[in-house]
Design a protein around this ligand. Structure first.
Ligand SMILES: Nc1ncnc2c1ncn2[C@@H]1O[C@H](COP(=O)(O)OP(=O)(O)OP(=O)(O)O)[C@@H](O)[C@H]1O
Ligand SMILES: [Mg+2]
Length: 328
């Protein structure tokens, strides 16, 4: 696969001016304003392949939106280099705009008092999309995202989830090579999320569109991304396959044992009981220490076991461990 985006030594410092209360402080501020510097990105480096769906995750304030804003050219960095589809985003923004689409879950790009359909027609003119292509694409996306019944309703009257689906269409109407999605599933219910996941996958497969998606919802990542970048306080703490992430960081297993009859099982000391009913016992057990297999064999031998389900901890928990360790 060819490289679509290269990011080198990317730093972004925000300067925020302190505002004291009172007239005296306001007058003083006219001559000397006090400020503080926030290092939102501390020299991050990564690449994105053409046709990849990359997950960008991290806790609040990690620097995800800052990176997305730099990648789409609306913010320039303090230091560092970005090459995205041959462009430096913040200096070649007009030409580059033809190649990317962006959705900010926290901010609407649709005209508030107009239906999304009207904004779509504005986009058509702005991006010079031929009539036939526009009509075909709009019809296709409206159907795929199931918004036939709402895209002619004023944006202000739409629910957050409905609006988000319409926002995604707006970002993709000009068939960009790159789509940046900053928390696109915010406010969506399970059904809408599933629709959006299917939509992204289909567009990615059919058009080879590259996606970068930031989210707090691990379900989005599990459904869409092979590779993830985890960012914490402006630094990359993990960059690799999602499957390796789970392999490397899974330190315990969840075990659920169902019994054929009422059973009180004695757990080893290292196990931690989660719940117990007469027929089902759930517990977690560390996998690094020896003896888990022996314990399972013993369990089956000594108790009337009907079924055993062994599962990994939820991905959120694994990621929390990484934030805490700050490992690379
Ligand atoms: N315009 C700004 N001026 C000053 N500081 C800012 C500005 N924008 C962001 N920051 C700060 O930079 C840091 C990174 O913010 P950013 O919005 O990139 O985080 P994020 O990872 O997107 O977080 P979230 O998950 O909450 O959306 C935060 O500490 C934030 O307060
Ligand atoms: Mg953000």
């Amino acid at each position: 696969m060819a490289t679509a985006i290269t990011v080198r030594g990317l730093k972004k410092n925000y300067k925020t001016y302190k505002r004291e209360e009172g007239l005296g402080a306001t007058i003083k501020a006219l001559f000397k304003r006090e400020f503080s510097i926030k290092q939102a990105l501390k020299g991050i480096e990564f690449e994105v392949e053409k046709g990849e769906i990359l997950g960008f995750i991290g806790p609040n304030g990690a620097g995800k939106s800052t990176a997305i804003k730099i990648l789409c050219g609306i913010l320039f960095p303090t230091e560092g280099k970005v090459e995205s589809f041959g462009y430096e985003p913040w200096t070649q923004r007009i030409k580059y705009a033809m190649d990317f689409g962006v959705v900010f879950g926290q901010k609407s790009q649709l005209e508030w008092d107009l239906p999304p359909n009207d904004t779509y027609h504005l986009i058509k003119v702005l991006y010079n999309v031929p009539d036939a292509t526009f009509n075909k694409r709009l019809k296709y996306m409206i159907k795929l995202l199931d918004v036939e019944h709402i895209y002619k309703t004023p944006t202000r009257d739409l629910s957050l989830g409905e609006r988000m689906k319409c926002e995604v269409i707006a970002a993709l109407l000009h068939n960009p090579k790159l789509v940046l999605l900053d928390e696109p599933t915010i406010g969506m219910d399970v059904v809408a999320k599933k629709k959006l996941h299917g939509f992204i996958k289909k567009i990615n497969e059919e058009h080879g569109t590259t996606f970068i998606i930031t989210t707090h919802d691990m379900g989005d990542i599990e459904k869409l991304c092979k590779r993830v970048i985890i960012i914490n306080t402006g630094e990359i703490v993990y960059n690799g396959l999602l499957s390796d992430l789970t392999k490397e960081y899974i330190k315990k297993k969840f075990i659920e044992v169902k019994f054929e009859e009422k059973t009180h099982v004695n757990l080893p000391k290292r196990a931690c009981l989660i719940s117990r009913t007469p027929y089902v016992t759930k517990f977690e057990i560390p996998i690094k220490k020896k003896g888990m297999d022996d314990f399972i064999v013993e369990l089956i031998k000594e108790y009337p076991v009907e079924d055993i389900i062994i599962s990994d901890p939820p991905i959120e928990e694994i990621i929390r461990d990484i934030y805490e360790n700050d490992k690379c």
